[in-house]
Ligand binder design. Structure first.
Ligand code: CP
Ligand code: NVA
Length: 311
């Protein structure tokens, strides 16, 4: 039986090193089987509900295709269509949906809402992005890094951008779990939250890795094996767009920053990207970029997560 069977996946911080290993190993098997065209349908008769309060391309499509390929079914539940969007409580929604579905994936504004859903649901809840975390993305990222670099522990990842956003938080937790050094470069007011850094530091210490916070992009990028960035303005922060464009100017992966990294560095971005803001067109399309392999791996990782939680 899998370690993840029947469990929620709300935060990367909650996963043990063994559970992360289990996901990455399963993912490798499923990706290989997929490429060989082998059938693997452990989720026959199982149904996943997918609640979306925010837009999505990758998360929506990869989860839906993942369920289909595993022999199950996925329902797309836009917040604009279900009663949740008209004020039905999360508690009631959780209890009703638990009687129809086998698992729920939710993309929500508030992480607290997702925790509440998990508290009242009898079925596993998967976080498909909140204001606080994006664990499925970072699991796909760890898989991608392992695929490209053949290891995780001992590498250095530099995250350049909003140190307080969901990606920064999940990367801090994820890197610390697998013993990867992480350096976050952000403008002073957007450096990671103390509480997240403290939690991640405990894992980093246990796994022998280092966390560095800096306002200096070049200090973070120095010798990095992975350069990672994300949008300056996340979903839900649209009103701050103009302000953020000013504050984040310079927090960009470009050729100069790439030259500061290791000569075999890979460049990653969870997407969607704003070319010319957090990353330049030439780096995004250049030889170091693994961004589209990373996007593909969302599918394989999602399949691993779903199979381990539900099969
Ligand atoms: N990276 C990611 O989660 O993309 P979507 O917003 O398109 O799902
Ligand atoms: N930080 C971004 C990630 C999108 C996948 C956002 O929340 O909009």
């Amino acid at each position: 039986v899998s370690l993840l069977k029947g469990k929620d996946l709300l935060s990367l911080y909650d996963l043990s090193n063994l559970e992360i290993d289990e996901i990455l190993t399963k993912c490798e098997t499923l990706k290989t089987m997929h490429k060989l065209g082998a059938d693997y349908q452990p989720l026959k008769g199982k149904t996943l509900g997918m609640i979306f309060e925010k837009s999505s391309t990758r998360t929506r499509v990869s989860f839906e295709v993942a369920m289909w390929q595993l022999g199950g079914h996925a329902l797309f539940l836009s917040n604009r269509d279900i009663q949740l969007g008209r004020g039905e409580t999360i508690q009631d929604t959780a209890r009703v949906l638990s009687r129809y579905l086998d698992c729920i994936m939710i993309r929500a504004y508030s992480h607290e809402d997702v925790k509440l859903l998990a508290k009242y649901a009898d079925i596993p809840i998967i976080n498909g992005l909140t204001d606080y975390e994006h664990p499925c993305q970072v699991l796909a990222d760890l898989f991608t890094i392992k695929e490209k670099k053949k290891k995780l522990s001992g590498l250095k990842l530099a995250f350049i951008g909003d140190g307080k956003n969901n990606m920064a938080n999940s990367l801090l937790y994820g890197c610390a779990k697998v013993g990867m050094d992480i350096a976050v470069a952000s403008p002073k007011e957007f450096l990671p939250d103390k509480e997240v850094v403290e939690k991640a530091s405990i894992d980093a210490m246990m796994n022998g890795s280092k966390i560095t916070l800096t306002e200096d992009v070049f200090e973070a990028a120095d010798g990095a094996d992975i350069l990672y960035t994300d949008v300056w303005t996340s979903m839900g922060q649209e009103e701050e767009t103009e302000y953020r464009k000013k504050v984040f100017a310079g927090y960009q992966i470009n050729q100069e920053v790439l030259s500061a990294a290791d000569k075999n560095a890979i460049v990653m971005h969870c997407l969607p990207a704003h070319r010319g803001e957090e990353i330049t067109e030439d780096v995004m399309e250049g030889d170091h970029s693994v961004i589209f392999d990373e996007a593909e791996n969302r599918l394989h990782v999602q399949k691993a997560i779903l199979a381990l939680i539900m099969a």
